[in-house]
Design a protein around this ligand. Structure first.
Ligand code: ADP
Ligand code: ZN
Length: 599
């Protein structure tokens, strides 16, 4: 699309050289006044699909958004760019609400963000007020919230079914980052998008490296991982409030700037901690999944899950918070123990068996992803209906050669231990017997078994991995329930009778591929020193404007400044992210900092 208005508007307000390929057709459709449905991964640039048309059209664009924090962030972002935007939600002071309500008719406002329950409530005359002005488009962000097939169903969203009745000729733009097939169909039906164009983009996030590992020594595993990312921004997701505290303490005592975040904190505390993270005053935040939905800090370099997430949608969305600036980022998942069983209880939706089964099925797919030894990106993309022709080469499974070796003898040792006991126990108990453990839990009778101590040559971790693999390969059955135990099955007997051989995979980490970071930003390099200086400038500016650092400028823009070292405001204007307003407001400070560094 060669619309000069689009180019001008984009460079003036956003400081971007052009639209992304995926944005072009959507914006073309929207500019023709047509409805559309956009599925684009997190970080893909969905907001631009309605923000830019809103600037080019005469009237007002409504944006329906489920999260108050997200609204505020987007509106702050737009205002910093010199764009007239506002939001209406239930957290607002009535005076503020009235001021914005009254400004709707004035014609200066370009974008108005509204929570769905606000828009559709019949009180206060908001609908009437909106009907009295020219509405160019209604953008429904996070459209998957409308569907009970989705992973984040919000009943207030179902009221949006009536959008067509209230605004009959106004085009609707539905946007989401995650929707499986059933959810997609539901969105189309409820928002009446049967005839609208569907723009489906690849779910691939090539900048994210995926890895999943059994949780063995979680603290050591976490510290080893974090040590590879000093002073980078990261989120560590935990299942409970208590765990977020523990993990934050572990990180703090190892010298990291870390804090925790969960729903048990006062809203004041939550806001402070979120701000600290956003402002880069804290590098790592250990949080429950309550954290992150409302923020799109774009320089998050890694996301760690300390437990299995509830479903692939959640995992994809949470890991998607890394690398939104397009720079290389890591997703690490640690899983095991009782994760599956704990989470399966969370899958119960009261009085709704169907919904419970949907959730449980999604949890199983998540567990399969974690256990799998095939390319993780392939599994993720397949889940969202995409085929990846070749392995990605950028996940732990692609980087690992799984060497097979004869494991029949080891399997027999473990299986015969299971066979010798009268009752069924958890896997760990059999392994303790095998290894000749002195633990009190091993009774005299168990110590008298002929298999007691015959596996002392291998570590507990090694045996656990053999046991888990036997389960995965179907040579041993693990029961479902609160206290899973392992039991023999027909194939176990085939192995014990020497009728079926067992091949086990041997973990062999190949050389770990170093994240291909721009060489120019190696630790201790000149560029990195400059980068830190500019980061401080950004921090000070953010503090003075009372907004998060990343809204001032992205890491990518700072890196570009370090490399291009612009000498004046004109040169600065061609740096990524510097629109007219930002050049005027912040340009000189960055030029000064660059000049000082040169001197
Ligand atoms: P989403 O809502 O799809 O997760 P956002 O709308 O938050 O993604 O955009 C992600 C990032 O990409 C933001 O930092 C945004 O400014 C940037 N971005 C969007 N469109 C462009 C573009 N055309 N050129 C450069 N950067 C862009
Ligand atoms: Zn891969």
């Amino acid at each position: 699309m060669n619309n000069p208005d689009i180019q001008t508007c984009l460079s003036q307000y956003w400081g971007y050289p052009g639209l992304r390929e995926a944005q072009k057709p959507v914006i073309a459709e929207v500019m023709e006044g047509k409805s559309a449905f956009v599925i684009m991964p997190t970080g893909g640039g969905k907001s631009m699909c309605y923000q830019l048309p809103a600037m080019l059209k005469a009237g007002l664009t409504l944006v329906i958004s489920p999260l108050i924090a997200l609204m505020k962030d987007q509106v702050d972002d737009l205002r910093l760019k010199g764009i007239e935007a506002a939001y209406l939600n239930s957290s607002q002071h009535p005076d503020e609400y009235n001021r914005i309500f009254n400004s709707i008719g004035s014609g200066t406002l370009k974008l108005l963000y509204i929570a769905p329950e606000r828009l559709m409530s019949m009180q206060g005359g908001l609908l009437e007020q909106l009907k009295s002005v020219k509405i160019d488009m209604v953008a429904v962000d996070e459209a998957h919230c409308i569907s009970s097939w989705g992973h984040d169903f919000r009943p207030a969203y179902t009221k949006l079914k009536d959008l067509g009745t209230h605004f009959p000729d106004v085009p609707v733009l539905a946007l989401t980052a995650t929707a499986d097939q059933a959810t997609k169909r539901d969105i189309i039906k409820q928002l009446g998008l049967e005839n609208a164009a569907l723009f489906e983009n690849s779910f691939d996030r090539p900048e994210i490296h995926y890895a999943a590992k059994p949780r063995t020594d979680e603290k050591a595993q976490l510290l080893a991982f974090v040590a590879k990312h000093p002073s980078e921004s990261g989120i560590v997701y935990c299942l409970s409030r208590k765990r977020t505290q523990e993990i934050a303490e572990v990180l703090q005592s190892a010298g990291y700037r870390a804090t925790c975040y969960h729903a048990g904190l006062s809203s004041q505390e939550r806001m402070e901690r979120q701000d600290q993270f956003i402002r880069d005053e804290v590098d790592i935040i250990a949080a429950t999944i309550a954290f992150g939905m409302g923020i799109d800090k774009n320089n998050v370099r890694y996301v760690v899950h300390m437990n299995l997430p509830k479903n692939i949608e959640g995992y994809y969305q949470e890991t998607g918070r890394a690398g939104r600036d397009g720079l290389d980022s890591q997703a690490l998942l640690l899983h095991g123990g009782s994760d599956f069983h704990t989470l399966s209880t969370h899958c119960q939706v009261d009085g709704n068996l169907d919904q419970s089964n949907v959730m449980l099925g999604k949890l199983r797919r998540m567990q399969d992803f974690a256990d799998s030894r095939v390319c993780r990106r392939k599994i993720l993309l397949q889940y969202f209906g995409e085929e990846l022709a070749e392995d990605c080469g950028k996940c732990d499974n692609c980087e690992t050669t799984f060497e097979q070796h004869e494991g029949t003898e080891d399997a027999q040792k473990l299986l015969s231990t299971v066979a010798r006991l009268e009752w069924s126990f958890g896997l760990g108990h059999y392994i303790d017997i095998l290894r000749g453990s002195q633990s009190q839990k091993i009774t005299a009778a168990h110590r008298a078994l002929s298999t007691y101590g015959i596996g002392a040559d291998k570590s507990k971790k090694h045996w656990m991995s053999i046991g888990k693999e036997l389960i995965q390969q179907g040579f041993l059955t693990q029961t479902v329930g609160k206290y899973p135990v392992v039991e023999l099955n027909a194939r176990s007997w085939a192995v014990l009778h020497g009728k079926e051989p067992v091949m086990l995979t041997k973990f062999e980490e190949t050389k770990t591929v170093k994240p291909p970071r721009a060489a120019a930003f190696e630790a201790g390099s000149e560029n990195q020193t400059l980068f830190h200086k500019l980061r401080q400038v950004r921090y000070d500016l953010a503090k003075a404007s009372n907004v998060p650092s990343y809204l001032i400028l992205s890491d990518r823009s700072l890196q570009e400044l370090c490399v291009t070292k612009p000498q004046n405001l004109t040169e600065l204007a061609s740096v990524h992210g510097f629109g007219k307003v930002k050049v005027a407001r912040f340009g000189q400070q960055f030029l000064d900092a660059l000049q000082q560094a040169e001197a």
